[in-house]
Design a binder for this molecule. Structure first.
Ligand code: GDP
Ligand code: MG
Length: 462
């Protein structure tokens, strides 16, 4: 429960209290309907709802939103998290310098192509899902953004026009295609493609396979055989966002019988709500790497979980309302803190308030934005290795102080330290460490004032 020792700042944050089981039940009924309407498979809906239900109960409600709205936001965030998964390529925490040193392209970075060339990419999926189109889109992208030498080969011997279709797209994009030899089987074509890839000094060989209208054994065996002999760096399951409930069968079969490394969702430009994405992600555990957003050759993007989550849930208004409420509290609190800092004041309540802001923003970089002299602080913070659990432990220490102690840290002597440490379940050394850290920050705030505000300090610290 909320103890009476908490300061005004914290009281204000509490809004309407926390989310009850009833609030969750009611909101979850809406969520369930929304997900089913978006064509998410029933078992996936059940599983997801159960997980999020547990997460939502007891969470704080922001002022100016209802508990129900708050639950929707929690559901939305869980959806994004689940859809996002991890995607290969460059890490997000990459330095700005590294970033600008290299031309970044999120589409090609989503693919994991770190093997000896020629690197095979295998495209699999049902007929009409967009394999051939996506093959050419990826080929074009690798060629233009990464300067790769790409060879494409159609293994589709089912339809007479299929190999020709890829050749036409190759001409259109300026990406080489393997010469067509009629009468060859898919495995033979794949071998010939890799052979040509080696001889011709190609970086990447894209293998576009045939699809059927429905899953069939022969097709699966054929594709599995091709995968076995080519050992692709990526095996991408291409599926239409409109596939609906069939997504479960398709994803399960391809994942179990062929093995896939990732998913490409096509026709995201259509009006399907794209629940298939969630089903496929949940069932295969494989990341959704790319999405097709049109028929044109440049209509290929890195998969954007938040965009698809918004469509699946179809409650964008509620989500943005809650986000706005969260932002306004951050702004309130940040402004209050900034005003105090300008005056050279920084007590333990300010420190607590800052910790909470940092945690709310999700990472330590949030703190940097609030602090003067960002460049220097950044290194210090990194050196101190501040993480979420560490901040929580420090919060606990401040929370077990009395209000007077937080306002006037000087009164905290040995016996008080012992009591505070016991209350926070930690040691006196940790309490000392926190007090010292606070002292350093408070000194810096005084310096800020002396030098005529943050601008002066920032200039000095560089
Ligand atoms: P395949 O049978 O799996 O090789 O599918 P195709 O690549 O031949 O694509 C079938 C149709 O879907 C073609 O008309 C493509 O232009 C179209 N298509 C593929 N991807 C997209 C997409 O992201 N958006 C839209 N609107 N159409 C697409
Ligand atoms: Mg095709």
């Amino acid at each position: 429960g909320l103890s009476g020792r908490l300061g005004d700042v914290l009281e204000k944050l509490r809004g309407k209290g926390s989310i009850s089981e009833d609030d969750v039940k009611e909101a979850m009924r809406e969520v369930r309907v929304a997900l089913l309407e978006a064509d998410v498979a029933l078992p996936v809906v059940k599983d997801f709802v159960a997980k999020v239900r547990a997460r939502a109960v007891g969470q704080e409600v922001l002022k100016s939103v209802t508990p129900g709205q708050m639950v929707i936001k929690i559901v939305h965030d869980a959806l994004v998290e689940m859809l996002a998964g991890e995607v290969g390529g460059a890490a997000d925490d990459e330095d700005e310098d590294e970033r600008s040193a290299r031309k970044r392209d999120r589409v090609t970075e989503a693919l994991d192509l770190n093997t000896t060339p020629p690197v095979p990419i295998l495209m699999v999926g049902l007929q009409g899902s967009g394999k051939t189109t996506t093959s050419a889109k990826i080929g074009l992208r690798l060629k233009t953004m990464q300067r790769k030498k790409v060879l494409m080969a159609s293994l589709d011997v089912q339809r007479p026009a299929a190999q020709h279709q890829l050749a036409v797209l190759g001409e259109q994009t300026g990406v080489d295609t393997l010469p067509i030899i009629m009468g060859q089987k898919p495995v033979q074509i794949a071998k010939r493609a890799l052979d040509e890839g080696r001889k011709g000094g190609y970086d990447v060989v894209i293998l576009d396979t045939a699809g059927r209208l429905a899953i069939d054994e022969e097709l699966m065996e054929e594709v599995a055989e091709v995968r076995k002999i080519t050992n692709p760096a990526e095996t991408l399951l291409v599926t239409d966002a409109m596939i609906g409930q069939d997504a479960v069968v398709v994803a399960t079969e391809f994942n179990e019988k062929v093995g896939i490394s990732g998913i490409v969702l096509t026709r995201v430009d259509g009006d399907s709500r794209g629940g298939a994405a969630l089903s496929m992600r949940a069932i295969t555990g494989r990341p959704i790497k790319l999405m097709g957003t049109g028929e044109k050759m440049d209509a290929l993007e890195e998969f954007q979980a938040d965009r698809v989550a918004g469509r699946i849930l179809g409650m964008g208004d509620v989500v943005s309302l809650v986000e706005k409420a969260a932002r306004s509290i951050q702004v309130d609190e940040a402004e209050k803190l900034a005003r105090r800092m300008e005056k050279g004041k920084f007590d333990l309540e300010d420190m607590l308030s800052q910790f909470r802001q940092v945690r709310r923003m999700g990472d330590v970089k949030g703190l940097l934005g609030l602090m003067p002299g960002v460049g220097k602080m950044k290194k210090q913070i990194e050196a101190a290795n501040i993480d979420d659990s560490m901040i929580k432990r420090q919060e606990a220490i401040i929370l077990s102080m009395t209000r007077r102690e937080r306002r006037y840290p000087d009164i905290i002597k040995a016996s008080r330290k012992k009591r505070i440490a016991a209350g926070a379940g930690t040691t006196v050394q940790e309490v000392n460490k926190l007090l010292k850290q606070h002292q350093q920050m408070a000194q810096m705030m005084k310096k800020v004032k002396k030098m005529g505000g943050m601008k002066g300090l920032a200039e000095q610290m560089g």
